[in-house]
Design a protein around this ligand. Structure first.
Ligand SMILES: Cc1cc2nc3c(=O)[nH]c(=O)nc-3n(C[C@H](O)[C@H](O)[C@H](O)COP(=O)(O)OP(=O)(O)OC[C@H]3O[C@@H](n4cnc5c(N)ncnc54)[C@H](O)[C@@H]3O)c2cc1C
Length: 445
């Protein structure tokens, strides 16, 4: 086994994720292949030493933040074996660029795709704007190679039976990435397990032909009524993405796109098409709901699309920077609700008595309200507000996490959504997979 790094100055760089939660660790392992991952886990298992799988640390939930013990970094698991077969530490954006250069397409597109790893995206069952059409990571993962917490190496696809009893609970009928999946096979159990059962060392992913052309439009709506009238008809037109930005998000965006007008909200629409871009039905709809048509920004080629994506990507990153400047942790919701409760969710967000920025995946009724506490006292209040919102969302039949997962920071919210006997079942499962309870201790439950 390679010697672990013990230098605190090197380890320090691995102790924080995008939530700004700060942890601690004594040892850092950077294995180069699955055999070395297995050795590290067996070594930690024999010593009952906690170990945290750390990839690119873009998590917003504290999931990759170690609280003592060892770090297992996936940074050297970075080989692209073939177009659809890659190591867990490979950057998702790098993989997608290689796939698209070959005329193929891998749809899941977390906004962080140029910073996050494939293993991290699998472990969180990450989503993105295109999830509206294509779903999250789950259906795009064909198989994985993984090392379980006790050091056992496994290959898992959807025909791999479960060696343990996995609680079969009913997930809310919305986009959700909260808790262990009620899986019937080992692959589906590992997807979304947030690094508490094993380490994904390699994955085979499902590719499709790259769409011929994409029309993107950033359109501006003057009122809440126009937004709620727009959405059902927009969904019916079959876009691949419907992303929204509230008035305060538009204020942040204006720094990069000065032509952004004053509006109640903006929607970024993406539509795949062949032949001429389908502008007519969209502009008819936008006209009907009173959109600020003269201000619409239309992108019909790759550079224009990339410009809109850069703006979309800059938004969460800017919010995270503001939070870091305030020196507090992020308090950003990840709630999704049934489509017919979206208006209620927006009303709840409007009533929150704290500075905030709201944006997200409105096509899936899944919106991030980022509270912006300025100091520790406001942080405490922000957490209380978050808990009140989470209760209301669960009462609506929603999920406390549509895509970011639970991590260390959202366990109390998960407990609102999942019956205690299910959590007990997860604990029993975890004890079988991970006898010394070393992997991702304190994450999820
Ligand atoms: C600006 C920004 C935008 C974002 N946008 C989105 C978005 O649109 N959609 C979305 O879903 N998320 C988004 N996220 C959250 C985050 O990027 C994703 O959850 C991402 O999948 C995490 O990948 P990572 O490589 O950074 O993993 P990390 O943050 O390092 O780890 C995340 C979790 O995965 C586990 N893990 C990592 N690698 C492995 C592995 N190989 N095997 C087993 N467990 C592993 C870790 O232990 C941890 O529990 C965003 C984050 C930021 C900062």
């Amino acid at each position: 086994m390679t010697e672990p790094v013990r230098d605190p100055a090197i380890i320090e760089a691995y102790l924080r994720d995008a939530s700004n939660l700060h942890g601690q660790a004594e040892l850092l392992f950077r294995p180069r292949d699955a055999d070395e991952v297995a050795e590290v886990l067996r070594w930690c298992q024999a010593r009952a030493m906690p170990v945290t799988v750390v990839a690119r640390r873009t998590s917003t939930t504290g999931a990759p933040v170690p609280m003592g013990g060892a770090i297992l970094s996936t940074e050297h698991l970075n080989r692209l074996h073939s177009l659809d077969d890659v190591d867990g530490g490979v950057l998702l954006g790098e993989f997608q660029a290689a796939v698209e250069a070959a005329g193929q397409f891998f749809p899941p597109d977390p906004t962080s795709r140029h910073e996050c790893s494939i293993g991290g995206a699998i472990a969180c069952n990450a989503s993105g704007s295109r999830t509206f059409k294509y779903g999250p990571m789950r259906p795009w993962v064909e198989s994985v190679e993984a090392v379980l917490a006790d050091g056992t190496r496994v290959s898992a696809d959807r025909s791999t039976p479960l060696p343990w009893s996995v609680p079969q609970w009913v997930e809310p009928k919305v986009k959700t990435a909260a808790g262990l999946y009620p899986a019937k096979n080992l692959l589906d159990l590992l997807i979304g397990s947030e690094g508490i059962l094993g380490v994904v060392t390699r994955a085979r992913l499902r590719l499709i032909a790259k769409p011929t052309a994409v029309l993107a439009m950033l359109v501006f709506l003057p009122t809440r009524e126009s937004l709620l009238a727009f959405l059902p008809r927009a969904r019916a037109l079959g876009p691949r993405a419907l992303e929204s930005f509230d008035r305060k998000a538009l204020d942040l965006i204006r720094g990069r796109l000065p032509e952004v007008p004053e509006a109640d909200c903006a929607i970024l629409i993406e539509v795949e098409h062949e032949g001429e871009p389908p502008l007519d039905p969209w502009f008819e709809l936008l006209d009907d709901v009173g959109a600020l048509l003269d201000h619409s920004i239309v992108a019909t080629d790759e550079p224009q699309l990339a410009r809109l994506h850069a703006v979309r990507h800059a938004l969460p990153a800017t919010v995270n920077e503001i939070i870091a400047q305030h020196g507090v942790q992020k308090v950003g919701t990840d709630f999704s609700v049934p489509a017919d409760r979206l208006g209620d969710l927006l009303a709840l967000y409007d009533a929150v008595p704290m500075a905030s920025v709201c944006f997200g995946h409105i096509g899936d009724s899944h919106l991030h309200l980022n509270l912006l506490p300025r100091d520790e006292a406001e942080l405490v209040r922000a957490r209380e507000l978050y808990m009140e919102l989470a209760k209301a969302v669960v009462a609506m039949g929603g999920s406390v996490s549509g895509e970011h997962g639970i991590g260390r920071l959202k366990r109390a919210h998960l407990a609102l959504m999942v019956p205690p006997e299910v959590v007990d079942g997860w604990r029993a499962l975890k004890a079988q997979v991970d006898p010394a309870g070393i992997l991702g201790r304190g994450v999820m439950f």
